[in-house]
Design a binder for this molecule. Structure first.
Ligand SMILES: Nc1ncnc2c1ncn2[C@@H]1O[C@H](COP(=O)(O)OP(=O)(O)OP(=O)(O)O)[C@@H](O)[C@H]1O
Length: 339
């Protein structure tokens, strides 16, 4: 069972340096969300603010009616146990074998017996496909195994929300694809709310239910995947295609003179089509369906008319015949179609 995290008007600075301001979004219960953004836009800082490791100056982060920005230490301690975090480097203790690394949060935060710990650690190692690697030291593992071990440790206190900071960093495309599938499979099995911070466009296109992007100290957008994936907002469109031309520069952003010079150099031609909506990953055959899928469809269909037209098309195109009947909507026609 997941939980809804509601972020409202959040702003964070270090000294005089504002990182981002007025960030509002909701991580819907049990859904998978991705937060994109060029390097240095404050994605990791955002994750740390969610769990109270950093304190924003303004705004709120609500879980179960408790504002984690302003609550007591005691409430924050309890709330933190609802979050499991996969840090960028896995954050494993180099001198401990995998079993002890994964058992660590249980030994620190619970009074469970060693027999119970053995059961829970074994269960989580199996979930991430690491059974048999209990005695290995982190230094003996591949990058992908270290990420999965970090994930097992993030899961061991049975959190309702999982935060993953660049789970794909340092992994080849094949290992990244396995990790993406693992996150979808975990969501199907556990119904946990998941937030993934990444630069990886393929992960952003295929894994989440919702996508957002931080740029120029703001949350450019956050919402159903079809909105961002069909967006023609310049920074979003540039990021999704991994292009040099656009507002995102070498060190975060370009000034208007540089952008104007680029526009002059760019050969005239038809504007590119949006990156487009591709099918979302499904759980591995044999696993239960993701419970969030139905909840999300109901939620998105309630606000469909408020979304941009191209996003609406993407959403309607993804419905089955039965779902179209259920929601009372018709088959989307191609652009320019006249009945
Ligand atoms: N504890 C801190 N004190 C001061 N500045 C910090 C602190 N933590 C992060 N920053 C600054 O905040 C900015 C955003 O950092 P952050 O690591 O969140 O970016 P990011 O979007 O996750 O980047 P990347 O994608 O490269 O990991 C950076 O300029 C960083 O130097």
């Amino acid at each position: 069972m997941g939980g809804e995290v509601a972020v409202d008007g959040l702003s964070k600075s270090f000294g005089g340096q504002n990182i981002w301001r007025d960030v509002s979004l909701v991580l819907p219960d049990g859904e998978v969300s991705v937060l994109l953004g060029p390097s240095g836009t404050g994605k990791s800082v955002f994750l740390k603010c969610l769990i109270g490791l950093l304190r924003p100056e303004q705004g709120s982060v609500r879980l179960d009616g408790v504002d984690l920005v302003r609550c007591s230490e005691h409430q924050l301690y309890a709330a933190r146990k609802q979050f499991g975090v996969l840090f960028q480097d896995g954050a494993l203790f180099g001198s401990m074998n995998l079993y002890d690394n994964i058992a660590f949060p249980l030994r620190e935060h619970t009074r469970k017996s060693e027999a119970e710990i053995r059961h829970l650690v074994g269960e989580k190692m199996e979930l991430v496909g690491l059974t048999g690697a209990e005695r290995k030291l982190p230094g003996e593992l591949s990058g992908g195994m270290r990420k999965r071990a970090g994930l097992a440790r993030a899961l061991v206190l049975e959190p309702r929300i999982i935060l993953c900071d660049e789970p794909d960093s340092g992994l080849d495309p094949v290992r990244t694809a396995y990790l993406a599938q693992l996150l979808i499979d975990l969501n199907a099995q556990l119904d946990t709310t998941i937030l993934i911070v990444t630069h990886n466009i393929s992960v952003a296109r295929t894994v989440p239910d919702n996508v957002g992007m931080l740029f120029r100290r703001r949350l450019v957008m956050f919402g159903p995947r079809e909105v961002l994936l069909t967006s023609d907002e310049p920074a979003v469109a540039q990021f999704l295609r991994g292009r040099r031309i656009g507002p995102i520069g070498m060190s975060e952003e370009k000034d208007s003179a540089t952008m104007a010079a680029e526009a002059e150099r760019e050969p005239p031609g038809r504007p590119e089509e949006p990156a487009g909506v591709v099918p979302q990953l499904e759980p591995t055959p044999g696993l239960p369906p993701r419970r969030a899928v139905r909840r999300r469809k109901d939620r998105v269909m309630r606000v469909l008319h408020q979304l941009p037209e191209q996003a609406q098309r993407g959403i309607l195109a993804g419905l089955t015949e039965g779902e179209r009947r259920h929601y009372g909507v018709s088959v989307p026609q191609p652009r320019g179609y006249r009945a």
